[in-house]
Design a protein around this ligand. Structure first.
Ligand code: C5P
Length: 401
């Protein structure tokens, strides 16, 4: 097991929700990755999972009360608050969230949250109606405003039989968020704007011309850039992908809309990555009514005009020009076409892949990429789009610095 959390001290605060039973597994997964875990439980949490279970899996005594002389002897509550590198409240019930929002210290867990200067992550878990309640929503917004991280909740079936928002994130999702939190942040202080997905060029009110781009590469880049600490904007064409955590998403439909959004945002960011499969042409005229099939016409002609080349326009900015990275999806002679594109569009870097090979590129979760810049190249090889995103961003960083 990779020791992604080696030496990290995590204070796990459990409050009284049914999801508390998942905390044993969560604790094991954190420890497996090298973390040290101390568990604090509210009185209600102990109705859902026993302190004995949590002690066995964490390997540490469980703290449950503010007024426990023996616990204060081993590690007092202020000491515990100082020990933590991260305080994770999971599950965080509506009641715990309300008490934290109000700044109360009426039990050990809420007192620890007041007493710590470690970052606090809150993983809400409650009935969907309680989650939607304006009081809960306002309390969560208050915590977010105070820079607490809000992890979840997820959506789905609930223990009470309801369906909706309010499920605690699964233990492995919380582990992933802890890993992201502790991961090095080489892009801290940088901003990245990424275009992703296809564009849709309308023919009439019901039809359009588009392509098979899934948006997966651009979304993986956005998620990874955010994870590496960048401030990320993602200009997305129509795709069916969830917005990555911490990413500012701008939805567009046509190339023209993507062009407008890109030129505006490019000037406000340090790095521009053109990952979208922008339609090269669009119908010259947009029919205002649905075009009808006619008995005497077996052929139909649509006159097309060229769309603006978004990335070339960004690369030719004379003021506030970002470091500009393009993509070249080719089916043959990849190196030559990629280098030609690099030069012709005035890019700083281009990521080239051969989309004629099955199992990589379009719609796949994997890709195989070589990066070219003016005087050199780097083979990043075959990998998941997430792994390649990290390699692309770190290669770009090497060129910028
Ligand atoms: O389509 P093409 O192979 O020229 O795409 C190469 C690069 O140019 C990609 O990064 C793509 O996002 C970008 N591009 C663009 N605007 C266009 C066409 C392509 O930004 N109209």
């Amino acid at each position: 097991m990779q020791q992604t959390l080696a030496g990290k001290n995590i204070l796990l605060g459990i409050s009284g929700g049914i999801a508390a039973y998942k905390c044993a597994d969560l604790t094991r997964r954190l420890i497996e990755r090298g973390a040290k875990v101390h568990v604090v439980m509210t009185k209600a949490a102990q109705e859902f999972i026993t302190p004995l279970t949590m002690q066995a899996v964490s390997g540490n005594p469980i703290s449950t009360s503010l007024f426990d002389p023996t616990a204060e002897l081993s590690m007092g509550h202020i000491e515990l608050a100082k020990w933590a590198d991260l305080v994770l409240l999971a599950p965080a019930t509506a009641d715990l969230i309300a008490r934290v929002a109000a700044g109360m210290g009426n039990d050990l867990l809420s007192t620890l949250v007041l007493a710590t200067d470690a970052p606090v992550a809150v993983s809400p878990a409650m009935n969907q109606q309680m989650y939607q309640n304006i009081a809960t929503q306002e309390n969560i917004a208050t915590l977010a405003r105070r820079n607490m991280m809000i992890w979840g909740p997820g959506k789905g079936e609930q223990a009470c039989g309801d369906v909706g928002m309010g499920r605690m994130l699964e233990p492995m999702q919380l582990v992933g968020l802890c890993e992201d939190f502790f991961a090095p942040k080489p892009l801290h202080g940088r901003s990245v704007v990424i275009t992703a997905g296809p564009t849709r060029e309308a023919i009439d009110p019901v039809r359009y011309i588009s392509n098979h781009s899934s948006g997966k590469m651009g979304f993986a880049l956005a998620a990874t850039a955010a994870k590496l600490g960048a401030n990320v904007s993602l200009i997305s064409g129509p795709v069916s992908l969830a917005t990555p955590n911490g990413v500012n998403r701008i939805d567009v439909t046509s190339a023209e809309e993507m062009y407008q959004a890109s030129l505006k945002l490019a000037k406000q960011h340090d790095i521009f990555i053109g990952c979208a499969a922008v339609a090269d042409y669009r119908p010259e005229h947009l029919a205002t009514q649905k075009i009808k099939k006619s008995a005497d016409n077996d052929n139909m002609h649509i006159s097309m005009v060229k769309n603006p080349d978004i990335i070339a326009a960004v690369a030719s900015l004379t003021e506030a020009r970002p470091f500009t990275i393009g993509f070249a999806a080719e089916t043959q002679d990849v190196e030559n076409y990629a280098k030609d594109k690099l030069q012709r569009k005035g890019l700083d870097m281009i990521c080239a892949n051969d989309v004629s090979v099955e199992g990589q590129g379009f719609n796949s979760d994997n890709n195989s990429i070589t990066v070219y810049w003016a005087d050199d190249k780097k083979e990043l090889g075959f990998g998941s789009k997430t792994e390649l995103s990290q390699a692309i961003l770190l290669t770009a960083l090497g060129q910028i610095d």
